[in-house]
Design a protein around this ligand. Structure first.
Ligand SMILES: Nc1ncnc2c1ncn2[C@@H]1O[C@H](COP(=O)(O)OP(=O)(O)OP(=O)(O)O)[C@@H](O)[C@H]1O
Length: 955
């Protein structure tokens, strides 16, 4: 950028839109910046801004930024023009990245390193004609202090980071750099280190050294956030040799042939603009406004763009920085030249007196010049004091000023647990927690059951193996064996019968006698053989019987195995069914949750619309007023009523702003939670695709509660929610920014321009006083209400605790009684002879028949929603506890209308309620608990002013 001396020029503004970065992508952020093709125009929501340049995103590539914006400034240095490049934007928007302040070896080459390269390249080309001197300084402005980042002491000691990310230097003897203002308004930094450099390498080393000493910390948006403003200043001094001036006697005047220029390039990397809202940094030459394209940063981005847009209107008057002495020298040099010319012409006809006086004047000028040269020499050799230019001074003033007021309209409702928490799972609804717990427990117990079945099956099957041989073959074998034995027996018996017949036919002579004996002997052995065979046969029959028995046992075992297998199949089916039901339930819940989120978004949209409408209405009413004032009745006074109406409307704007600000905060959280869940689901999806889901021993996947289809569906609905949320965030940011802009225009006394007389002011003041008094009284009432409710809550918690311990006690007693009853042969008789068991007595607290079975646990607005007598609610108007049953229908309706708050209360106490849910599973216990609580409440808070008691059936 070349500037002519004295010519006014505006601050040039370039916008650098960085791409979405890792974290933002993870959160599913959307790009909410649009760039008009071919134009340096940025659009966000309904706003459109035009700058000098727009880089990144779909604008000109970032690589061109240096060439177009900064290279001309470097060029200007050689002509003696100072320049400042300033990176402005919210934390994490890319200021440090763009400037290259935290320059590291091999990192993206930012503006500073590029400026250095360009500078040295130019010096290289000129060094034969010009003498250059280069100095650099690097300061950091942290809060109100200026720290010297190139101070050798600093470099040695290093930085100590404290808890909130701010670094403090431990330099015992070294005071921080002092900011001084000279009488002519020039700011100087006393004691600042300026390092003389001769090469690019030396300059880069200075940048690196200073960057290391810079205070950084982490913010939500940036892990390595610069917590301070950093200013890297390059001072370029040039000494040009000009043609020597010759004296009248032909001698060259040495000191008159030098032209001295000194220029500075300030490269500023500001801390996040959300901490330095008003830098007052006018008088700048160049400004880079870094912005994040992410929808979650829409509001800051919009503010940055607005601020940058205003900066374009700042006018500068660039001047060439010659040393004043050098300037004077130049002026004198011109004068000498002029005088010499005069002299020459005088010699041709001017009188000797004139010549003499001119000679005197020349010698006087020469003398003065000599003195000035000496002074210049001294000044040049003073190296430790740095002077900053007026433009720099303004910047510094702006930076060191304390931050402006933060958003004053933020409020927190202690009861208002944001919906997003539920999305994060921090404060899930009690039913959801209970249901999930139930599901987990059920699945675990079924798993255990299945494992037990598996174990039994294994056992039975190994038993079965023992019967494992072929029973039919065995049977055949036994049958065959038996037949063989029978056959053998029959043959032996036939042999025996034949022998018997032979024995009987033999005569009784001596020879026959011998034969008969032999036959008889043989017969005997045959008999023994027959007996033996019979025994064997019996054994075989016995074995066969045993075999039949074992066959029966095996059959039974087989049946058992079949039964276990059937049970296992059934259980697996049940597990699957339960898991499926749970998935469906969860999907429904998620859908409901999405609907709630959608409703929240719609609410936010409504609030924004209201704000928009009221802002527009205010705009047109201002126009009407001014038209009225300029029209028929100039200066006409507003009536008291219309003034009050005007004030009410102004307050209404504030209220809507407050509402939108609240909704904006909630929506941002919601958006973050949605993004977070989306990221998790996407991650799960990737993992599920990469590896088959982990299946348990029983074939059930436990890695995720969502089936792939359900996950896909949820991802799709989350994505659409993110888009909706993203759009509404941008719209809200737009409206908020507009409303804040309007507020800014009213800062100071602007708002009260409507008032024309003291009378009007007084009347309005009275009205304001009344409003303030009413508001205070209301606040006091609310405080009392809160106090009373807190007391009631403490009391109820006490009652519940007491009931709880009593329940345990009664359960214990019941157990003991059951044991005694089981041991006794006959049940104990009462005096009138009837059998009386405590559990059958409807008057005993634990009787299962005392309460009808339909008494199920239900939650609704309030502690317990039973329509029973004595269930107390808080009467909002009178701050009393009144039994629900005693309220009129209208009252009941109005109480149910308060469900929101109590619901939130319930949510915030879900852990506590959860315990009770499990204990309330048995209806009679619930009934007992309710009755006990009711009695205690009525005992604890006797209220004569309660509504007339109506008789109630105890349920
Ligand atoms: N043009 C870009 N391209 C890619 N990544 C970028 C770009 N600009 C910034 N980033 C990345 O964004 C993150 C934040 O950038 P940077 O530290 O420069 O922000 P900053 O505005 O200086 O923040 P702070 O005010 O908190 O110091 C860094 O991780 C950085 O690498």
């Amino acid at each position: 950028m070349t500037m002519e001396h004295g010519e006014d020029c505006c601050v040039k503004v370039a916008v650098h839109v960085r791409p979405l970065i890792g974290d933002e992508k993870l959160q599913g952020c959307k790009d909410c910046i649009a760039i008009v093709p071919g134009k340096p125009q940025v659009q966000i929501g309904s706003h459109s801004f035009t700058f000098d340049h727009v880089y990144g995103s779909t604008g000109t590539p970032s690589a061109a930024m240096f060439d177009e914006c900064v290279a001309p400034l470097v060029e200007g240095l050689f002509q003696g023009y100072n320049a400042t490049v300033l990176a402005y934007g919210q934390t994490g928007s890319g200021k440090t990245y763009t400037m290259g302040t935290a320059c590291k070896e091999g990192s993206y080459i930012g503006i500073i390193p590029r400026a250095m390269a360009a500078l040295f390249e130019k010096i290289e080309g000129l060094k034969s004609q010009v003498e250059f001197q280069l100095r650099v300084s690097f300061i950091e402005i942290l809060k109100e202090e200026v720290r010297d980042l190139l101070d050798p002491a600093t470099a040695v000691v290093g930085k100590v980071e404290n808890g909130n990310g701010h670094a403090k230097m431990s330099m015992p003897g070294k005071p921080p750099v002092q900011i001084r203002e000279s009488s002519n308004g020039v700011i100087t930094l006393a004691g600042l280190t300026e390092v003389h450099v001769t090469t690019q390498k030396e300059m880069t080393a200075c940048l690196e050294q200073g960057s290391l000493s810079r205070a950084t910390g982490s913010t939500n948006m940036n892990n390595q956030s610069s917590r301070s403003h950093a200013i890297f200043t390059i001072t370029l001094e040039q000494m040009r040799k000009t043609d020597p001036i010759m004296t009248s006697d032909g001698m060259a005047i040495e000191d008159f042939n030098e032209d001295y220029l000194c220029a500075k390039l300030h490269l500023v990397d500001l801390a996040g603009s959300e901490r330095a809202k008003r830098t007052g940094s006018d008088g700048l030459r160049f400004k880079e406004a870094c912005i994040s394209p992410a929808d979650i940063n829409a509001e800051e981005t919009l503010n940055t763009l607005k601020y940058a847009n205003r900066a374009r209107n700042i006018q500068n008057k660039p001047i060439v920085n010659r040393n004043p002495i050098a300037d004077e020298m130049k002026r004198m040099r011109q004068q000498i030249e002029y005088l010499q010319a005069e002299l020459v012409s005088a010699r041709g006809g001017v009188g000797s007196d004139d010549v003499q006086s001119l000679r005197e004047r020349i010698s006087w000028l020469e003398q003065t010049n000599e003195d000035l040269c000496r002074e210049l020499y001294d000044v040049r050799n003073r190296s430790q004091v740095d002077s900053c230019e007026p433009e720099m001074q303004k910047t510094l003033n702006g930076f060191t000023k304390s931050e402006g007021l933060k958003r004053s309209l933020q409020s927190t409702d202690p009861f208002d647990v944001p919906m997003t928490d539920s999305a994060r799972g921090n404060t899930k609804d009690i039913d959801e927690v209970a249901k999930e717990l139930e599901h987990t427990m059920l699945q675990d117990s079924m798993d255990k059951e299945l494992n037990e079945l598996n174990r039994r099956l294994e056992q039975k099957e190994s038993q079965m193996k023992m019967y494992g041989c072929d029973t039919v073959a065995l049977k055949q074998h036994f049958g065959k064996k038996l037949m063989e034995l029978e056959e053998e027996k029959r043959a032996v018996q036939q042999e025996r019968d034949r022998l018997l017949a032979e024995v009987e036919s033999l005569s009784a002579d001596g020879h026959s006698h011998k034969l008969r004996d032999a036959q008889l002997q043989k017969l005997k052995s045959l008999e023994a053989q027959i007996q033996d065979l019979k025994k064997k046969q019996e054994n075989q029959v016995q074995l066969l019987k045993e075999k039949q028995k074992s066959d029966e046992a095996a059959k039974k075992l087989q049946e058992e195995i079949q039964f276990i297998k059937a049970q296992k199949v059934q259980l697996q089916h049940k597990i699957k069914q339960e898991a499926e039901q749970f998935r469906q339930w969860k999907a429904t819940r998620e859908k409901e949750l999405l609907q709630v989120l959608q409703r929240k978004t719609e609410e936010a949209a409504m609030a924004t619309k209201r704000l928009k409408e009221i802002l527009e209405a205010r705009k047109s009413s201002v126009r009407d007023n001014s038209a009225g004032a300029n029209g028929t009745s100039p200066g006409s006074h507003m009536s008291e009523k219309s003034l009050q109406k005007w004030l009410d409307q102004e307050l209404e704007v504030m209220l809507h702003m407050h509402e939108v600000r609240n909704e904006y905060e909630k929506q941002s959280q919601l958006r973050a939670a949605l993004g977070e869940e989306l990221a998790i689901l996407k991650q799960e999806d990737i993992m599920a695709c990469a590896t088959s889901p982990h299946r348990g021993k029983n074939g059930n996947s436990r890695t995720s509660t969502l089936s792939p289809n359900a996950r896909q569906a949820r991802i799709a609905s989350l994505e659409s929610m993110v888009t909706i949320s993203s759009n509404i965030l941008v719209t809200m940011a737009t409206q908020l920014s507009e409303a804040e802009e309007r507020e800014r225009s009213f800062s100071g006394r602007g708002r009260w321009n409507q008032l024309r007389s003291m009378g009007e002011a007084k009347s309005l003041l009275q009205y304001i006083f009344n409003l303030a008094a009413d508001a205070r009284c209301h606040v006091r009432e609310k405080e009392i209400e809160i106090k009373e409710m807190k007391e009631q809550m403490t009391e109820l918690v006490g009652i519940l605790r007491h009931s709880e311990s009593r329940r345990r006690e009664v359960e214990k007693q019941l157990k003991q009684r059951e044991q005694t009853a089981a041991m006794a042969t006959t049940p104990p008789r009462s005096e009138n002879g009837s059998v009386k068991h405590c559990a059958d007595d409807p008057n005993t607290p634990l009787s299962p028949v005392a309460v009808p079975a339909q008494k199920q646990l239900k939650y609704s607005a309030g502690i317990v929603n039973s329509p029973r007598k004595g269930i107390a609610v808080f009467d909002k108007d009178h701050l009393k506890m009144i039994p629900i049953a005693q309220l009129s229908v209208g009252k009941k309706v109005s109480i149910s209308g308060q469900s929101g708050k109590l619901w939130r209360w319930k949510r915030s106490h879900h852990q506590w309620l959860l315990q009770f849910k499990w204990k309330w599973q048995k209806p009679w216990k619930l009934s007992e608990m309710i009755r006990h609580s009711d009695e205690t409440i009525s005992r604890a808070r006797p209220r004569p002013q309660l509504l007339p008691h109506k008789p109630h059936r105890v349920m």
